[in-house]
Design a protein around this ligand. Structure first.
Ligand SMILES: [Zn+2]
Ligand SMILES: [Zn+2]
Length: 401
């Protein structure tokens, strides 16, 4: 059975998140959007864990359910920020961790508390190397899964520009053999991962890394797994055995770290600057500081393989975002949100719109045309850079930008 999974989200206890996030709303919004299995986010944070325990019922196969919305299953999940010294340089990187049940979570939390304060941020900062972290997690339980998050992003991606590792093996040491998958992140797609030889045996997953409950964030990237059974164990096995039907992806140029650049807030003039990595510019022409190198730059540096691409993935654009572009206003306007709700209720989730023909009744003509343009690739983005999302342009096909 195909299950749409978003295995990396955050609670309101992580930095930069909406204070509206709660378990009931996650379950409701996953149901509307069409997500079958979702991470709890931030499961090491004691206050969020309290809410998980109060609101969700855990079953014997490691899944949790909000009783009023039994169709949506939760998995115990957190992102962690590891901080360590490598050849006398400080490194920081983000990892997703999935846990098989709350007993194991308790043991792991006690262990991790000696490496950092779990009470401060939903995404705890832990002073431990990825090698020690991954090897320790494996010795706690073979079914704990650690996945490098948004691997190419400049500041916290394990292969990102700031960390300057030449390979995942160099970064993870003995931990490398316990890693089975990597997460694309919004500014990369599977084709960018597959041009690095050492990553070719790993599965590729995509998740939203959502910091809010809004429909243009939750499930904006997702992974469709082929499950034999709806259990935690089979979710992990399907990732390890690469039983991945497809991923739903942002077009990387929409991501916040695709091109090299400096956002406007870095400059007193409020002007921004971005350029293609082919420009090969190190310094910002406005402020003369080093540019934030994007994911595309980094992939050019690491690329060592011309493997044929047989990865199954599909670009999608959050429907609520598309609605706000077609009808004006923002994703937060009630009129846009109510049209969104009307559509996804009748189409049984947002992903069906991208899978099937778009002759669904409540979709107005102009929106239907826009959806079809996206499906045909008849759109492009002013690329994202240095924390700024790309801007969608419908119409001419400038995908090569
Ligand atoms: Zn992260
Ligand atoms: Zn600058």
């Amino acid at each position: 059975m195909d299950k749409i999974c978003d295995l990396h989200i955050h609670s309101r206890y992580s930095g930069g998140t909406s204070n509206q996030i709660n378990i009931r709303k996650i379950a409701q919004n996953c149901r509307l959007k069409g997500i079958d299995i979702v991470g709890t986010g931030d499961c090491f944070h004691p206050l969020w864990l309290k809410e998980i325990n109060l609101n969700l019922e855990e079953d014997s196969v490691g899944l949790l359910t909000f009783p009023r919305i039994p169709q949506v299953k939760f998995v115990l999940q957190s992102e962690v920020e590891l901080l360590w010294k490598h050849n006398s340089n400080i490194k920081k990187a983000h990892f997703i961790i999935l846990l098989p049940n709350s007993d194991k979570l308790k043991d792991v939390s006690e262990f991790l508390a000696s490496f950092g304060n779990l009470n401060i941020d939903g995404r705890p900062v832990l002073k431990i190397s990825p090698e020690k972290f991954i090897v320790s997690m494996n010795s706690f339980d073979k079914m704990i899964e650690v996945i490098p998050a948004h691997i190419f992003t400049p500041f916290y991606g394990i292969l990102g520009n700031n960390l300057q590792f030449k390979s995942l093996k160099e970064a993870l040491g003995e931990g490398f053999k316990f890693v089975h998958a990597v997460e694309t992140g919004l500014s990369a797609d599977p084709t960018m991962i597959r041009c690095i030889f050492e990553l070719n045996n790993l599965s590729i997953i995509s998740n939203s890394d959502s910091h809010s409950l809004h429909f243009h964030r939750l499930g904006r990237e997702a992974t469709v797994l082929d499950l034999h059974r709806e259990t935690y164990r089979d979710i992990i096995k399907s990732i390890r055995e690469n039983r991945i039907i497809k991923t739903y992806e942002f077009n990387p140029s929409e991501g916040k770290y695709y091109y090299d650049g400096h956002r406007s807030t870095r400059h007193s003039s409020a002007n921004s600057y971005f350029c293609s990595p082919k420009r090969n510019t190190i310094y910002c022409p406005i402020c003369r500081d080093t540019l934030t190198k994007g994911v595309l730059s980094r992939v050019y540096e690491l690329k060592d393989s011309e493997m044929p691409i047989n990865e199954n993935f599909q670009y999608i654009i959050p429907l609520l975002h598309l609605i706000s572009i077609i009808y004006g206003g923002s994703e937060y306007d009630n009129k846009n949100k109510s049209l969104y709700r009307e559509i996804v209720k009748s189409t049984n989730g947002e992903y069906n719109i991208w899978e099937n023909n778009t002759d669904f009744d409540p979709i107005p003509n102009e929106l239907r045309e826009a959806i079809n343009k996206i499906k045909l690739g008849n759109y492009w983005f002013i690329p994202g850079y240095d924390g700024v999302y790309g801007k969608l342009q419908l119409g001419q096909n400038f995908n090569h930008i």
